[in-house]
Design a protein. Structure first.
Ligand code: 2P0
Length: 341
């Protein structure tokens, strides 16, 4: 990346940093695949670990070039990123090709997705490189078009993503993320890596398959609005038990929708269930610990920061757990160098 002090003065590019987020109420299912409009609202905590740093330079080459962690991106990623850059050019009214250089700090094999931080950082860096200023809400809408969960990584701490209404044509405008007032609620999230390998089925495919074939999908979606209200209130008053209970129920019932799809999508592994057993045992022992699971086998355990070492030790002792990471609430997307976003 050309971010050293000597090149910045002459560089036409911009650099942005974004962090991953972990959903406490999950986004699972689209009602518009082109605009990436979700069926339900969702709510997440932006994390303070594993940021993505993305540099975008414009106007120096014929076609877009995409580098991830210093290597040219594969064909599928290149197609997805260049499609997103076309959208940015439509919005900004610019035409020049871009050189994207994105670096993820998540360790290889950590089993943590980077599309949320990746597209949030790309949206911010690309707009800044094309010299186009967006409000945070506009940036969130734009990041959503790259990957749904990226709209939440635009903001720090606790964040809700509004699904948008059903007004014609399709309500791109109503679907964006915004911060949730959280006072000094500052829980820890212990992430237990059960399997750091790639997914057999992408979350994009799995969620569509679930919407189309699972008889449990609509009942799951129907309960989300009420849980979002309860969750927002619980975060506002710093009620870890209520936040944890809602989050654990939401994640397990999301996996139930997948298990009932035809054929089933099963991300849960034997090791995942053993971590859930350990979390239940911690609770029996008087520790407030609650699990959430994304579209994969790894488990994130929400707990009081005073208990984080004890929780991390309990899960890391399990033979199925290859690594643990401890996260807290983290910052929103920032442009760190180059033109202002
Ligand atoms: C979430 N996940 O709320 C949920 C929970 C996975 C499980 O957002 O198709 O990669 O790019 O919009 O954002 C993963 O889905 O999907 C996801 P696309 P994305 O964090």
């Amino acid at each position: 990346m050309s971010t050293d002090a000597t090149t910045l003065d002459i560089d036409t590019g911009a650099t942005a940093v974004a962090h991953p987020n972990m959903a406490l109420i999950k986004y699972w299912g689209k009602r518009d695949r082109d605009l990436i409009l979700p069926v339900t609202g969702s709510l997440s905590m932006t994390l303070d670990i594993f940021p993505t740093t993305t540099h975008v330079r414009v106007g120096e080459q014929e076609a877009d070039t995409i580098a991830l962690d210093g290597r040219p991106a594969d064909e599928v990623t290149t197609r997805r990123v260049t499609g997103f850059l076309r959208l940015v050019r439509d919005i900004t009214g610019r035409h020049e090709a871009a050189a994207v250089d994105s670096v993820n700090s998540v360790p290889t094999g950590a089993g943590l997705a980077s599309s949320a931080s990746g597209f949030a950082a790309l949206a911010a860096a690309a707009c800044a490189a094309y010299d186009h200023s967006l409000t945070p809400r506009e940036l969130s809408r734009l990041a959503r078009r790259g990957s749904g969960s990226a709209c939440r990584s635009v903001f720090g701490d606790f964040v809700v993503w509004h699904p948008g209404g059903s007004r014609p044509p399709r309500d791109d405008l109503g679907s964006y993320a915004e911060p949730v007032p959280a006072g000094d609620f500052d829980p820890a999230m212990v992430i237990a890596i059960v399997d750091g390998g790639g997914k057999a089925v992408s979350s994009r495919k799995a969620m569509q398959h679930t919407v189309e074939t699972s008889p449990f999908y609509l009942p799951w979606a129907a309960g989300i609005a009420a849980d979002l209200e309860r969750m927002r209130a619980a975060i506002g008053r710093g009620d870890l038990q209520e936040v944890g209970r809602i989050a654990e129920h939401n994640a397990l019932s999301m996996h139930a929708t997948m298990l009932a799809a035809r054929p089933a999508v099963r991300y849960l592994q034997a090791g995942t269930l053993r971590v859930l057993d350990a979390v239940a045992a911690l609770r029996t022992g008087g520790i407030d610990a609650y699990a959430t699971i994304d579209a994969g086998p790894n488990v994130a355990v929400l707990c009081d920061p005073r208990d984080e070492i004890r929780v991390a030790r309990a899960v890391s002792e399990l033979p199925d757990v290859s690594a643990t990471h401890i996260a807290h609430r983290g910052p929103g997307t920032t442009v760190t160098a180059g033109a202002a976003a």
